[in-house]
Design a protein around this ligand. Structure first.
Ligand code: NHW
Ligand code: NZE
Length: 392
C-alpha cells in the first residue's frame, strides 16, 4: 500500500505515506474546522439509481434490513470461511450511545425497489489523544453490497458521513480496518483462545497441532467449571460510579483512549444479554471494587460447513486489574465465556493484553487490525500496548 495509489485517500486530511518520517509535521489536527455556514448543506450526489436513506435503528423493519445487509455483505476473514453476524440487539447498542445522531446512520437504497444496498455509521465519542480530549466520530459498519463493489461508492459514503459529522461541529474521527490505508496510527494483531476446540476444528477455524490428538487438544483447553476469584460477580447499575472511577484511572496510562464518563460506562459496559458482559471483583472484606473485565458477543456465520452455521465468539473489551492478577482475572473471564457457550474468546494485543495471551493459551490469528484517526496527525505510530481503545 505504500506504493499503491490511493486516489481517494490522497485527497483526505489523514497522514499520508509520503509524509512518513517527516517529524517536522506537528502532532494534532491536520485541517482547521470550517465555519458551519461553509459546510456543504446538501448531500453528496449518488449515481442516479440510488438515494440516501437515514436508517432509524429503533424501527424494527429498518434494523432488520441493516442486519440482513451486514449478515450477507460485511467483513469476512481472508479465507472467506466466516463473516461477521452482528445481531440486531448488538447494532442497536453499538449505534445508540449517549448523544448519538440518527443522521449519522446512513443507508443507500435503490430508488426503484427501496432495497438497502449500502451503509455507513458514526457515533460520537470523546477520545483522549495524549493530553487532549477530542470530540470525535467513531466510524463503523461501512458496507457495500457484494454486487456493487469497485464502483467507487465507498468514497462517496465516506464524504457524506464526513459532511454530516462536520454539521455537528466535529472535525476528527477514529476507525479501524483490516486493510492498510493512509496511515495507521498502530497495527494490532488478534489472538484466539479455544473454548470449544472440537467445534473449532470441525469448522476449520483451528487445526489439531503436530503430535496432538483431538482428545489431547480438548484436555489442553479444558477450564474449571466455575470462577476462582473471591468476590467475582456480574456488574450492576449500582456499580457504574465505581467502575467509571476504576476505568478512567486505568485508561489514563494509554496514549489514545476513550474519555468515559458515567453515562458512557452505563451504556457501553452494563451487561446486555447476548451483546456485552461485564464482571467485577468486589473485595469481600472492604467491598471496594478492585478489578473489572468485559467482553462483547459477535458471532460469525460459518459460510460452508455441513454441521454448524454460527461460530459463537466473545471479544475482549475493557479490562482493569488493580488487585487480582490480570492472568487470574482473564482466566475467570474465559471460564464465564465457556459457561455461556462461546466457542472462542478473541483479543487484540492492545493495552496490557500481551501479558496474558500466551500464558492463557491464546493462539495468534492470521490477520491484523489497523487503527486510524481522521484529521489528526500523530508524530509517530503507537505500539499496540499504548492503545486503550476497542472499536466494535
Ligand atoms: C470528521 C469526520 C470524518 C468521518 C470519516 C472518517 C473516515 C472513515 C473511513 C471509513 C472507515 C470504515 C470503518 C469500518 O467500517 C470497519 S472496516 C470494515 C469495512 N467493511 C468491509 O470490509 C465489508 C466488506 N467490504 C465492503 O463492503 C466494501 O469492500 C467496502 C465498502 C469496504 C469498500 O467498497 P468497495 O466497493 O470495495 O470499494 P470502492 O467503493 O470502489 O472504493 C474504493 C476506495 O475505498 C477505500 N476503502 C476500501 N475499504 C475501505 C475501508 N474499510 N475503510 C476506508 N476506505 C476503504 C479504498 O482504499 C479505495 O480508496 P483509495 O482509492 O483511496 O485507496
Ligand atoms: C473492529 N470492527 C471495525 C470490525 C472489523 N472490521 N474489519 C475487521 C478485521 C478484523 C477484525 C477482527 C478483530 C479481532 C479479532 F479477534 C478477529 C477479527 O477478525 C478475524 C477475521 N474475521 C473477520 C470476520 N470474521 C472473522 C475485526 C474487523
Amino acid at each position: 500500500s505504500m506504493s499503491k495509489r490511493h486516489k481517494f485517500w490522497e485527497t483526505q486530511p489523514v497522514g499520508q505515506f509520503k509524509d512518513l518520517g517527516d517529524s517536522s509535521l506537528p502532532e494534532g489536527p491536520i485541517e482547521e474546522p470550517t465555519p458551519l455556514s461553509e459546510v456543504k448543506q446538501d448531500p453528496y450526489n449518488l449515481p442516479a439509481q440510488y438515494e440516501w436513506s437515514t436508517c432509524d435503528m429503533e424501527d424494527g423493519p429498518t434494523c432488520n434490513e441493516v442486519y440482513a445487509l451486514l449478515a450477507q455483505n460485511y467483513v469476512e476473514d481472508d479465507e472467506n470461511m466466516f463473516r461477521f453476524n452482528y445481531s440486531t440487539n448488538f447494532l442497536r447498542w453499538a449505534l445508540r450511545p449517549p448523544a448519538y445522531f440518527k443522521s449519522w446512520h446512513i443507508g443507500v437504497r435503490v430508488k426503484a425497489s427501496k432495497k438497502l444496498v449500502a451503509f455507513i455509521t458514526g457515533v460520537p465519542a470523546r477520545i483522549r489523544v495524549r493530553n487532549e480530549v477530542v470530540k470525535m466520530a467513531e466510524i463503523n459498519f461501512l458496507c457495500v453490497h457484494k454486487k456493487l463493489r469497485s464502483k467507487r461508492l465507498a468514497p462517496v459514503m465516506i464524504k457524506e458521513v464526513t459532511r454530516r459529522v462536520h454539521l455537528e461541529n466535529i472535525w476528527q474521527a477514529a476507525y479501524t480496518a483490516g486493510v492498510v490505508l493512509p496511515t495507521p496510527i498502530t497495527t494490532c494483531r488478534y489472538w484466539h483462545r479455544s473454548l470449544n476446540p472440537k467445534k473449532l476444528i470441525d469448522v476449520g477455524f483451528s487445526r489439531i497441532g503436530p503430535r496432538m490428538t483431538m482428545n489431547r487438544t480438548i484436555r489442553l483447553y479444558k477450564l474449571p467449571g466455575s470462577t476462582v476469584t473471591p468476590g467475582f460477580r456480574k456488574m450492576e447499575l449500582r456499580d457504574v460510579p465505581a467502575v467509571t472511577r476504576l476505568l478512567r484511572g486505568y485508561l489514563g496510562q494509554f496514549a489514545v483512549a476513550p474519555d468515559f464518563d458515567e453515562a458512557d460506562v452505563e451504556h457501553w459496559l452494563l451487561p446486555r444479554e447476548d451483546v456485552v458482559d461485564s464482571y467485577l471483583v468486589e473485595s469481600p472484606e472492604t467491598h471496594e471494587i478492585t478489578d473489572f473485565c468485559s467482553f462483547y458477543s459477535l458471532p460469525s456465520s460459518i459460510l460452508n460447513n455441513a454441521n454448524y452455521s454460527v461460530l459463537k465468539a466473545a471479544y475482549s473489551y475493557y479490562n482493569v486489574s488493580t488487585k487480582t492478577p490480570l492472568l487470574q482475572l482473564m482466566n475467570d473471564a474465559l471460564i464465564v465465556a465457556k459457561q455461556k457457550g462461546f466457542d472462542v474468546f478473541n483479543a487484540l494485543d492492545v493495552m496490557q493484553n500481551e501479558g496474558f495471551l500466551k500464558e492463557l493459551k491464546f493462539g495468534p490469528g492470521d490477520g491484523q487490525l489497523h487503527y486510524y484517526l481522521y484529521n489528526y496527525r500523530l508524530r509517530n505510530p503507537l505500539k499496540p500496548s499504548e492503545l486503550g481503545l476497542v472499536l466494535l
